[in-house]
Design a binder for this molecule. Sequence first.
Ligand code: NZQ
Ligand code: ZN
Length: 385
Amino acid sequence: MYNFTHDIGTIVHFGKGQIEKLPGAVKQYANKVLLTYGGGSIKKNGIYDAVVKGFKENGIEWVELSGIDPNPRVTSVREGQKICKEQGIEAIVAVGGGSTLDCSKAIACAAFYDGDPWDLWTGKAPIQKALPLLTVLTLSATGSEMDTGGVITNLETNDKLGAGAPILRPKVSILDPTYTYSVSKYQTAAGTADIISHVLEVYFSRVTDAYLQDRFCEALLKTAIHYGRIAMDEPENYEARANLMWTSSLAINDMIANGKACAWSVHPMEHELSAFFDITHGVGLAILTPAWMEHILSDATVDKFVEYAKNVFDIPVEGRDKFEVAKEAIAATKKVFTDMDIPTRLSEVGIKEDALETMANKLNIPDAYVPLTSKDVLEIYKACF
Ligand code: NZQ
Ligand code: ZN
């Protein structure tokens, strides 16, 4: 894949060495930034050095907020809010995976809010204004580098909530696939499962006449399925890392969702799992997805599964029983995840059976592709145990 620059709200500088574009991009917005990152992977792989070198050479002042956890906490958002208010921060540069980027989105709007930032995530206060956000992506998964949302965890209340607003979409994102060479096999698999799930949440929609978006979805699915295992086995395979990175952005930047998005199904179910048990998002999705598919398979949905079987997995469909084809597609979906060594049972990732009901009771998704009540969610959780 050649380098390119793509502009769809977020200006994307994609490819090797694109970090050199960061200082110029920052200077369009700020002379003083908050630099956010996670537990230190960017210090081990040299990305931190590349970022601050650019700051120093271009007279950009910065303050750091590090230690942002996977499944980022509202406590980090509060810390960032305080720094922004006290230190005259003009923009945020987030370097990391989805957790760092999401936390930075929340800080960006909290900087203009006088109350507790959690209010902005529960909907108690509207997100009206935000600092400009620029990102340097280090893990292909969430698409936070190009979307308007973020997910924040409050451990005091066992809530993991998604929120967002158009002003939170990053202004500029640096996507250098070589920055993902150091991502572990486990996180590569989880990230790929996340990408696949983002597409499935849109592909399985009540809108049935969005032909183009469906073909885009199938191409994104095939790309993620093809390259996920390759990137695990050959972490420095540029082709695999590049295709996964661009797929992660396009899966959730609204390109496929426009015109056909309805409420998501598997993500809300997973968010309860990670809110209560702090599990890896993509792993939870991979466990739940086949069980969700089995749960919603019916006369009303079987044709969509046949389309999925034929166009994504090349499963023969002519003259065959539709349900048999659909079940083969669900088995193929499960195999995609097991081929990436992702566990298949909730019990394997530390979920406690006695918590299933409490988590399920928090959910009711009437606007999903197939409406889900708490009872449905509990059945799906149980089927994964
Ligand atoms: O914290 P560091 O030290 O950087 O290590 C991270 C972390 O331990 C590591 N990592 C990241 N880049 C690396 C690397 N290790 C080596 N080399 C690199 N280049 O990977 C671990 C996981 O990072 P994290 O940012 O948590 O992963 P991910 O990108 O999967 O983000 C997950 C979070 O995003 C939310 C999830 O719920 C979860 O909280 N989501 C955000 C979405 C959005 N903004 O639209 C949508 C998603 O559906 C998702 O819900
Ligand atoms: Zn996701």
